[in-house]
Design a protein around this ligand. Structure first.
Ligand code: SAM
Length: 327
């Protein structure tokens, strides 16, 4: 079994759901009974009732976890965007679980039926055509309503184009925002990009090949030097990573034939603002000190001014007690 959960296992009724997962070997090298006895293989045991959110490959069919296969094999029903796409994945692994469509056009009618099935004790797996459900794919309302009904929701993690792209883009990964697809209309897209572009974080966007050049042109107009990685056809035969500034990549795709396949755009954070001079610093601090404590004002102004926090703190102290510390 992939996960065990029962009302007894949930503990006190404090609104918190607790699950006991049968974790299997915790490290590839761990010598558990399972690895010593026999090599790992797909389990086909029926699963406890629940809604299982199962990640599937984003191109390469081998990028599926063993636990995802256990779940797809053991579920009573798999809800999927396109039954033909999921049937191919199942066929590749010799699985025959029943499929039912769940997509934007039938979700309102299909959702209560899937949730009723879980309520009646069934294990329902949700997959999308590729990657992790809910990530620019259907599933959010299904999960929200399952949680509202108190039904178990079990994530079965795996591939997602957003994280695969971030992992290989070579751009800062300590702070990032996944923003999905930009709006398709030019005006809305520009406003959307301008809003996000100021954020001090790496941005991950999905984009259609037909709109890549236009989106890069908008980005180049906003911030020509911004570092960008165009991550195309990840895990597939013709995978390609192209890195450069927004203006370089915009020029490239304006001249090149329209790219084929699927694309993730990763934008590095914007350049830090030029460090503020002494007068700017004093003005910023004077303003911040009217609202914030000395410590908080120093922290906020250090971030905004690009000056070292220690220096800004000393200056804030001097401004607060002019007689003692001013040079
Ligand atoms: N749920 C999926 C996930 O977890 O990645 C994303 C689904 S969204 C409808 C499809 C978009 O994801 C594509 O238009 C593309 O932007 C991105 N994508 C999916 N597979 C990709 C791949 N192999 N290479 C690059 N981008 C991919």
């Amino acid at each position: 079994m992939t996960a065990r959960h029962s009302s007894e296992a949930r503990g006190p009724d404090d609104g918190v759901e607790r699950y006991t997962n049968d974790a299997g070997p915790s490290k590839p090298t761990g010598a558990s009974a399972e690895t010593v006895g026999a090599p790992l293989s797909i389990r086909r045991d029926p699963l406890p009732a629940g809604l299982y959110i199962v990640a599937t490959p984003i191109g390469n069919l081998r990028d599926v976890t063993l636990r995802a296969l256990d779940t797809l094999a053991g579920a009573d029903l798999i809800a999927c965007e396109d039954t033909r796409v999921t049937a191919k994945l199942l066929a590749a692994y010799g699985l025959k679980t029943r499929l039912t469509p769940y997509h934007d056009h039938n979700a309102a009618a299909a959702r209560p039926k899937l949730l009723d099935a879980v309520t009646q004790g069934r294990a329902v797996a949700l997959v999308s055509d590729a990657g992790t459900p809910l990530i620019s794919d259907p599933g959010y309302k299904l999960v929200a309503e399952a949680a509202a009904r108190g039904l178990p929701v079990i994530p079965i993690p795996g591939a997602s184009a957003a994280l695969a792209a971030l992992a290989a883009a070579g751009l800062p990964s300590d702070r990032f925002l996944f923003a999905g697809f930009p709006p398709s209309k030019a005006g809305a897209r520009r406003a959307w990009l301008a809003d996000l572009a100021a954020l001090h974080a790496t941005l991950i966007l999905y984009e259609a090949p037909s709109r890549l050049a236009a989106t890069l042109a908008d980005l180049a107009a906003l911030d020509p030097e911004r570092p960008v990685a165009v991550m195309r056809e990840l895990t597939k035969r013709h995978e390609e990573h192209r890195r450069g500034s927004a203006s370089e990549l915009s020029a490239h795709y304006a001249a090149a034939p329209k790219p084929k396949g699927e694309i993730v755009l990763v934008l590095g954070p914007p350049a830090a603002p030029a460090a503020a001079g002494p007068e700017d610093l004093d003005r910023m601090l004077a303003d911040a000190l009217t609202r914030l404590s000395l410590k908080d004002a120093a922290a906020v102004v250090a971030q905004a001014s690009g000056r070292p926090r220690k220096e800004v703190y000393a200056r804030a102290l001097a401004l607060k007690s002019p007689g003692e510390a001013r040079e």
